[in-house]
Design a protein around this ligand. Structure first.
Ligand code: FES
Length: 83
């Protein structure tokens, strides 16, 4: 499965439990805080595709994805940061 981040495509590694850990591992920087779905510091824009949350109540909607709490469920296109 592939994930586009800020216009560049990468291979998703299914050994990661969330997109935030994966983004860190591939050397991209994004804001983070609680790493538990509460502070929304890690929110990114979801341009296309679907993500899955272990706890669906954490889904912020509005085309945002909480990187600390979600994994790709399809090919996904993201822009880091919400602005
Ligand atoms: S780091 Fe706090 S919601 Fe993701």
């Amino acid at each position: 499965m592939q994930v586009e981040v800020n216009g560049q495509w990468y291979d998703w590694d299914d050994t990661f439990s969330c997109l935030l850990d994966w983004v860190d591992a591939i050397g991209l920087y994004t804001d983070s805080g609680c790493r538990s779905g509460q502070c929304h510091a890690c929110a990114a824009q979801l341009i296309e595709g679907q993500v899955a949350y272990d706890d669906p109540s954490l889904d912020p909607g509005d085309d945002l994805v909480l990187l600390c709490s979600a994994r790709p469920a399809s090919t996904v296109r993201l822009t880091l940061g919400r602005y």
